[in-house]
Design a protein around this ligand. Structure first.
Ligand code: BGC
Length: 247
């Protein structure tokens, strides 16, 4: 079965057709810059442009950088505030004229890692974190997801954890990888104390540079970089749509 997976991010909207049984891409990966301001209507139109460019007809899965419950956006930490309470599935489906299923970006990327990536088939408790502008989280136990966790917003060192150790904090404060890795380690220790994961998978662009901060990660849990890297959002989005189609 092939489904279009789309990853909606702050700077780019990326999509490709995915074979949801193997996790392979079945079309080129298309990227269109996110419109600015990224209002609901503007993003819906860009999604339509992407679907037209790929020439796809069928159900679509989308990862979105916020809490999404029953097709509605509930938070807007790193996206335009006008998204709050928008029925995102409804406006996207209307714009493209096909069914669009939307879930949190980290949840869908975690789904891809658990199906095809670094923790393929892993039982027990797995925590997946994406380190980008914010910190997204996905939590699994015995292969089941506990959706919409927001561990990036745990209060930590006086503010939300993502302000302290997302990749954007490293860039904003011009931290060396060593300093940033130490911060990340403190956060991982705290979160591990709270939920006792057996393995932590780090995703987001910075996970490609894992060897630059690996040494600082002294937390007493196995930590590995994501394998599906920048495709996780696309692959996972398609898989999420498949899971919704079954219902
Ligand atoms: C949002 C999450 C999202 C993460 C990564 C956070 O600021 O609250 O919902 O998963 O950023 O995009």
């Amino acid at each position: 079965m092939e489904i279009l997976g789309v990853d909606i991010g702050g700077s780019g909207i990326k999509g490709a057709i995915v074979d949801v049984t193997t996790g392979e891409l079945k079309s080129d990966r298309i990227r269109i810059p996110t419109p600015q301001p990224a209002t609901p209507d503007a993003v819906a139109q860009t999604l339509k442009q992407l679907v037209d460019q790929i020439g796809y007809k069928g159900p679509i899965g989308c990862g979105f950088p916020a809490r999404v419950i029953k097709g509605e956006v509930l938070t807007a930490a790193n996206i335009d505030k006008s998204w709050i309470n928008v029925k995102v599935e409804k406006i996207f489906s209307k714009a493209v004229g096909m069914d669009v299923f939307v879930a949190n970006d980290a949840d869908v990327a975690g789904l891809a890692e658990l199906s095809f990536g670094a923790v393929k088939g892993h039982k027990g408790t797995v925590l997946f974190l994406t380190l980008g502008t914010g910190i997204g989280s996905a939590l699994f136990h015995n292969g089941h997801m506990f959706p919409n966790t927001e561990f990036g917003h745990l209060k930590f060192k006086g503010d939300s954890a993502e302000k302290y150790c997302a990749d954007s904090a490293r860039e904003r404060e011009e931290l060396k990888f060593k300093e940033w890795g130490e911060r990340l380690n403190k956060y991982l220790e705290y979160i591990s104390f709270l939920i006792s994961p057996e393995i932590i998978v780090l995703g987001g662009g910075v996970s490609k540079k894992f060897e630059k901060f690996e040494e600082q990660l002294k937390v007493n849990v196995k930590v590995v970089p994501a394998k599906t890297l920048n495709l996780a959002g696309i692959i996972g989005a398609a898989m999420y749509a498949k899971s919704r189609l079954k219902k």
